[in-house]
Structures are given as structure tokens and as C-alpha cells.
Design a protein around this ligand. Structure first.
Ligand SMILES: Cc1ncc(C[n+]2csc(CCOP(=O)(O)OP(=O)(O)O)c2C)c(N)n1
Ligand SMILES: [Mg+2]
Length: 595
């Protein structure tokens, strides 16, 4: 083997791009790079239980740190396993670079062992950039291009490295001849501001509005002061997309909370009542919860021009950085009080807070999952990091969790893939090991990736400066979100065979792995369990036994929209169905409906 191989160069290049750890799984297709990682000692290699989890960790890393996530896998099956995590990066617009091994280039095309056309496989998910290396000379250029494209397009990219290329001698970095590219790492992000006349046009739309709503997405991170000041200046109400929930303090009196099916009644009222809509860095797909097209004049700000006008007809579509563009807008809008609208919005918000508190207090069998999440509010450490898996817990997170300032929370929002929770939590912990982590996951999601990835927690926790890593498994014995979708969307009864989940002794599994396990079945036990878990000397699985009968009720819907839920429940003819119907009637009544 050469003294210095292409793989050594790959590993050096990762460090040059500031990569501190790569998430992955071994295989002969990537052993060249593994050897170089061993020799260099950095970046650190993080072994997951499954390549999908490694890819989720890379996405999580990008979400918690704002940097590029890197995942590594072997050819064939390892590469296929990466896909779902990479789609999570694509759909939530996060920069991730996948480095994937491949058989020797001499056998490609022969239907060789584990041979998959990887460029074609990743062609959709890494549409912005996927290339296989043919020669050593290409490799530094491909890596630089993969990182730059991932950053420039906020998306996953992929470099495929055939085994013989990995082990070939590293190319001469000073070569200067026809057909050779010598490239360099690094990129600085620009300041992007719209033209003055476009800012003026946007200001005119906002100035003319009487009832202004601002919908804030993840693009508004970094523009907190500007959004808050603009809302203040315009007496506007604020709603957040699911990804935008952590951006602003939800204690702001005009913050109506998350918008959409899983959102609050206050945000539904805000959208229904506004005459002007300002979209800031959001691509929220719940268009039926936006104002009716034509109801509101709209201005949209996004750093990516491709997203403009896609969710709602927009009069002034602005390409720009959120903070910069809002600063320009602040200088251009007039200060005109709109007290009636402001107090109307504040009243909706107060009403929602009362409704939410009452819903979390409703008795359930045994635990109300809304109470489980809400009871975390007074206990969440101010330096915590949160990861939320996909399932009904996303509703409870969106509606009930009050994030202290500076506490990040991340989930798979647009792909909405189950199984992201524990890998995200691990990425958060590895990035900031001195901060406690809380993962919220349903039993289905925890069975999907959590049971296995808990092994990773058990293998690593002793290295963490702060060993607190709390995984709350909301065990309702059901794939509840989809059970409610079977009722609401299809008007059919829950299909028990597809929905019921086998029971698993989650707390005991944790104990077997040397972690702590706590089971809670009553509100008192739950409160004590949070306290114990958040002061434990090691990671804890908190097994909360919760009720599958809590409705996933979309806010503020006419009876026709919820009628199928009642029809589905009526056909169930069992205790769960009867209790679920009673809860549905109660929650509808607290929104003022008499179904
Ligand atoms: C990978 C994947 N498979 C299937 C789904 C469809 N799905 C969405 S939520 C859900 C149920 C989740 O069940 P669980 O984790 O137990 O949470 P619950 O809704 O019961 O609280 C399912 C199956 C999905 N989003 N992702
Ligand atoms: Mg469940």
C-alpha cells in the first residue's frame, strides 16, 4: 500500500472542513477510509447500530450545531440503509455529506457482490450533488464540491469511493497540467438583501394591513430580535411552523403557537382572521390552515428563491436573509397602532393556554400523554437539548412544551420519519456532552430504532461530562397517530391488527444495559420520575404508560371535518373506541363546538 493513500487525503480533508466526527457503520467497501480514520485519530468515528441511525445522527448534528453532518457507510446494503436519513436532511434542508464505499472499479457493471449503482440510488436524494470517483486526482475536488454544495443548497450530497480508489496513492497536490483540478476547502456565507424598491413594496403591503399575521419558520433563527420588533411595531400576531417553534419565546403575548393540524386553536384563529400575512423562512406544508387564498395580502422572505409563493399566493416575494431583510423592512414600515387586533390575538392566546392546561389535566387511563409532556415544563433544565420522535408526541410537543430560551428542540418535520429521536439525541449529546438531553418518543418509534440505539447510549455514556440522557417512551400500545388518521382521513375504525403494538419492558431493557429504567403510571409517579431522571447519574429510560384514547384533534374545524372521526370510532365497538369518542367530544366542547 502507498505511504499516503487517497483515504488519508479524504480524512485530512474532512478535518480541513471542520468535521469533528463522522457517523457510520463499517464494511469492506469503506475499509480504506476506516484505516485512514484509524491512522489519523480524527475526525472521531461514531458507530451506530444501523446506517439509517447514522444518517439521522448526521442530520441531527447539522440541526444542533449548524454545521455539516457527515455519514459514512459501505457499499450495497449499507448505502441503502442511509437513504431515509438522507431524505430527512433533504426535506428539512440540512447540509449532510455521505461518503459511501463501492466495489473495485474494475468489477463495476458485472453484477458483482453487493454491487448497486450508487450514483443512481442517490440520484434523487442527493440530486444537488452525487459523484463517484474514478481516479485519485478527482477525490479532493469531489469532497470540496460535496461540502460546498451541501452548504450552498442546504441539502445532502454524496461522494462514492470505489475501493481501489480509496487505497490508491494520494495524488500530487501541486500538479499543474491539463485535466487536473486542484481545489481548496472552505466557504463564507454571503449577506443577502433584497433591492430597496422591493423592500418598499413589501412595507406598503404591511402598512396597509389592519390584521397582520407573521408565520415564522426555521429560516427565522438568527432573526429573533427583528421578528419581535416588527410584530411589536405592526401589532401583529405570530404563529410558528413546527420547525419554527423553538425560534421565538412562546411566552410573547401575541405568539399563538404552532400552526397546522397539530397546532393550536389560537394559530388557527390568527390565520382565519388576518388580512395580511408575512411568511419568514417557512415552507410549512399545512396549506389548509393558511388563510383562504385571496383573504390575505402576503409578503414572503426566504433565502431560497425556489420556496417563494409555493404555499400561498404572495404579492411581494423577497429573496433574502431573514434578519437582514427584516431590518430593511423595519426601516421602511410605518408605526401604526392596531390595538383592537392585538387584543383579539392576545385573547385567542389566553383562551388557548386555558384549553391546553385543561386538556392536559383531563383524567386518562392510566396517564394522559399531554400531562406527561406538560409536566416537563417546570423541570426542563435551561441548558437541555431536546429531540422529538415522530408520532402523537409531536402534537403534545407542539401544543404543550414551553421551551426555555436557548433550549434547542429538533425533529424530523417534513419527512416526518419515525426513528429519528434517539439518533438526534445522540448527535446532540456528542456535540455538547456537558448538556442534558431529553428524547421524547412513542413506543412504535422507540421499537423502530430506539431499542437498538439505546445500545449506543450504553456504550458511550461514561465518556460524557454530564451523563443525563433521558428517553421518555410514551407507551400507548398503539401506533396512535395513524389510528387517528384511519378514523379522520378514512372514516374507518382503527384496524387493531395493524395498529396494536406488542408490549416491551422498556425500563428493564435499560437496566439490562446498565442504564436506569423507571416506569410511571400515575401523575404522581410521573412527576417523581421526571425529577429522578433529570438528576440521575446515568441515562434513564422513562417508561410512561399513556392512554391511546387522546384525540389528535385538528384545531377549529367545522363538524364535517371531524365527522369521519366519529364514524370511525362508532364502528370500533370496544372500550378504547368508546373512551376515545368521549375524549373527542370533551375536546371539541372546549373549543366551543356542540357535535
Ligand atoms: C418510518 C415511518 N413509518 C411509518 C410512519 C407512519 N406513522 C406516522 S406516526 C406513526 C405512529 C407512531 O407510533 P408511536 O411511535 O407509537 O407514537 P404514537 O402515535 O402511538 O404516540 C406511524 C406509523 C412514519 N411516519 N414513519
Ligand atoms: Mg404508540
Amino acid at each position: 500500500m502507498a505511504d499516503r493513500t487517497v483515504s488519508d487525503l479524504v480524512v485530512e480533508r474532512l478535518s480541513a472542513w471542520g468535521v469533528e466526527r463522522v457517523f457510520g457503520y463499517s464494511g469492506d467497501g469503506i475499509d480504506g477510509v476506516m484505516g485512514a480514520l484509524r491512522r489519523a485519530g480524527r475526525p472521531a468515528f461514531v458507530q451506530a447500530r444501523h446506517e439509517e441511525a447514522a444518517a439521522f445522527m448526521a442530520v441531527g448534528h447539522a440541526k444542533y450545531t449548524g454545521g455539516v453532518g457527515v455519514c459514512l457507510s459501505t457499499q450495497g446494503p449499507g448505502a441503502v440503509h442511509l437513504l431515509n436519513g438522507l431524505y430527512d436532511a433533504k426535506l428539512d434542508s440540512k447540509p449532510v455529506v455521505a461518503i459511501v464505499g463501492q466495489q473495485d472499479s474494475t468489477v463495476l457493471g458485472s453484477s458483482y457482490q453487493q454491487e448497486i449503482d450508487l450514483v443512481r440510488l442517490f440520484g434523487d436524494v442527493c440530486a444537488q450533488f452525487v459523484q463517484s470517483a474514478f481516479t485519485p486526482e478527482q477525490v479532493p475536488m469531489l469532497l470540496d464540491k460535496a461540502f460546498r454544495t451541501a452548504l450552498a443548497t442546504r441539502s445532502p450530497t454524496c461522494v462514492v469511493l470505489p475501493h481501489d480508489v480509496q487505497t490508491a496513492a494520494a495524488p500530487d497536490p501541486t500538479a499543474h497540467e491539463h485535466g487536473v483540478m486542484v481545489t481548496s476547502p472552505g466557504v463564507r456565507t454571503p449577506r443577502v438583501v433584497p433591492y430597496e424598491e422591493d423592500v418598499r413594496a413589501a412595507a406598503e403591503v404591511l402598512d396597509a394591513g389592519e390584521r397582520i399575521a407573521i408565520l415564522v419558520g426555521q429560516g427565522a433563527y438568527g432573526a429573533v430580535a427583528e421578528v419581535t420588533e416588527l410584530a411589536e411595531r405592526l401589532d401583529a400576531g405570530i404563529a410558528a411552523s413546527l420547525l419554527g417553534k423553538p425560534v421565538l419565546d412562546e411566552e410573547i403575548p401575541v405568539h399563538t403557537g404552532v400552526m397546522g393540524h397539530l397546532g393550536t386553536t389560537a394559530s388557527a384563529e390568527l390565520m382565519r382572521g388576518c388580512d395580511t400575512l408575512l411568511l419568514v423562512g417557512t415552507n410549512d406544508p399545512w396549506t389548509e390552515f393558511y388563510p383562504v387564498p385571496g383573504q390575505a395580502r402576503a409578503v414572503q422572505i426566504d433565502i431560497d428563491g425556489r420556496r417563494l409563493g409555493v404555499r400561498y399566493p404572495v404579492e411581494v416575494p423577497l429573496v433574502g436573509d431573514a434578519a437582514e431583510t427584516l431590518r430593511a423592512l423595519l426601516a421602511a414600515v410605518a408605526s401604526r397602532p392596531r390595538p383592537a387586533w392585538r387584543s383579539q390575538v392576545e385573547a385567542w392566546v389566553r383562551q388557548w393556554h386555558e384549553t391546553a392546561a385543561a386538556r392536559a389535566d383531563a383524567p386518562a387511563e392510566p396517564l394522559n400523554p399531554q400531562y406527561v409532556v406538560r409536566s416537563l415544563n417546570s423541570r426542563l433544565p435551561t441548558d437541555a437539548q431536546l429531540a422529538i420522535d415522530v408520532g402523537s408526541v409531536v402534537y403534545w410537543y407542539a401544543r404543550h412544551l414551553r421551551l426555555p430560551r436557548g433550549v434547542p428542540a429538533h425533529l424530523s418535520s417534513t419527512l416526518a420519519s419515525m426513528g429519528c429521536g434517539l439518533p438526534y439525541g445522540l448527535a446532540a449529546k456528542l456535540a455538547y456532552p456537558d448538556r442534558p438531553v431529553v428524547v421524547l418518543a412513542g413506543d412504535g418509534a422507540f421499537q423502530m430504532t430506539g431499542l437498538a440505539e439505546l445500545v449506543t447510549v450504553s456504550a458511550r455514556w461514561k465518556d460524557w461530562a454530564d451523563p443525563r440522557f433521558v428517553i421518555c417512551v410514551l407507551d400507548n400500545g398503539d401506533l396512535a397517530e395513524v389510528s387517528w388518521e384511519q378514523r379522520e382521513t378514512e372514516g374507518e375504525p382503527r384496524f387493531a391488527t395493524s395498529q396494536a403494538l406488542p408490549s416491551v419492558p422498556y425500563a428493564q431493557w435499560a437496566e439490562l444495559l446498565g442504564l436506569r429504567g423507571i416506569r410511571a403510571e400515575s401523575p404522581e409517579e410521573m412527576a417523581a420520575a421526571w425529577d429522578a431522571a433529570l438528576t440521575a447519574d446515568r441515562p434513564v429510560v422513562l417508561h410512561a404508560v399513556v392512554d391511546a384514547a387522546m384525540p389528535l384533534l385538528p384545531p377549529g374545524q367545522p363538524f364535517e371535518k371531524v365527522e369521519p372521526m366519529y364514524a370511525g370510532l362508532a364502528a370500533e365497538d370496544d372500550d378504547l373506541g368508546r373512551r376515545a369518542e368521549a375524549h373527542l367530544r370533551r375536546e371539541r366542547a372546549d373549543e366551543g363546538y356542540d357535535d
